[in-house]
Design a protein around this ligand. Structure first.
Ligand code: PAF
Length: 282
């Protein structure tokens, strides 16, 4: 696997594999890789001949007071994991390469960016959309893969790629969970053993709430009960538990036959965890 930090070298490497007729997949990441990221690489390998993974801890998507400084950085271990999984190119630019002196452009995706994470983390999705657009322009992949744990991010990226006519397929990959159902996340590393055990209440609460909503119980009551359960179970604050249209992320009061998603964000210890689940109407 080649590790590349310079844009000209990246374009040369991608042009070379394209010269052999390869289909190219991109797996964008911020590093601190775990089995969830490896599932993205595995899916990328199924869909393309050459897999490029990027590692860039994107300052533009962190707000003031968020965890940019302490976000786990372990590039050597990440590179070993990617190489063992069959990734061909690691694109690991520094901040000055991604955002050179004078950089002045922001991509803002209206609507789908605004509720939930967008309301809790001002500017977050502008940072995500901008960096993902740049990564897609830099690598020019046929397909790019994103984890469904960040469901709203996936919807924002799909909207942005469609609106800007980017010639790439955006593919979502199912959430990878530990044996207790907790969604894998680089931020789980912030949790103590006790907090990790308590954090399992999050997928359980979502699962039960999703079942109740699918049975026809009123969504407003069910999500309020789920939030209360999280607070009782050791979460310090619950930013939201919400039922939303799966594509637009607009709030939904009741199932109307369109795909819906139940999403939650809550803080425990030093971590802010997010999770989501599809609602299958009965
Ligand atoms: O999901 C992530 O790791 C990041 O938000 C992404 C998509 C790599 C953009 O920085």
């Amino acid at each position: 696997m080649q590790t590349i930090r310079d844009l000209t070298a990246l374009r040369r490497a991608v042009a070379e594999v394209r010269g052999h007729g390869d289909r190219v997949a991109l797996v964008p990441t911020m590093g601190a890789l775990h089995a969830g990221h490896m599932a993205l690489v595995d899916e990328a390998r199924r869909r393309a001949d050459t897999v490029v993974a990027s590692i860039f801890v994107n300052p533009m998507q962190f707000g003031a007071g968020e965890d940019l400084a302490r976000y786990p950085r372990r590039e050597a271990e990440d590179a070993a994991m990617l190489e063992a999984r069959g990734c061909a190119i690691l694109w690991a630019p520094d901040a000055a390469t991604m955002y050179p002196q004078g950089f002045a452009t922001t991509i803002a995706v209206a609507g789908v960016s605004e509720p939930l994470e967008g309301a809790a983390r001002a500017g977050h999705f502008d940072g995500v959309a901008t960096v993902v657009c740049k990564l897609l322009n830099q690598v020019a992949p046929d397909v790019a893969l994103f984890g469904e744990k960040d469901w709203q991010q996936l919807a924002v990226v799909r909207r942005m790629a469609a609106d800007l006519d980017l010639p790439v397929e955006i593919a979502g990959v199912a959430i990878v969970r530990d044996q207790h159902g907790l969604a894998l996340s680089s931020r789980n590393a912030y949790l103590t053993a006790d907090e990790l055990a308590a954090a399992r209440a999050l997928p359980r609460a979502l699962e039960e709430a999703a079942t109740a909503i699918a049975r026809g119980e009123p969504a407003a009551v069910v999500v309020a009960l789920a939030a209360e359960r999280l607070t009782r179970g050791g979460f310090a604050t619950v930013d939201y538990v919400a039922l939303a249209d799966a594509a637009t992320l607009r709030p939904v009061d009741a199932l109307d036959g369109r795909p819906a998603r139940l999403l939650a964000a809550a803080r425990i210890g030093k971590a802010r965890l997010i999770d989501n689940i599809a609602i299958e109407p009965k």
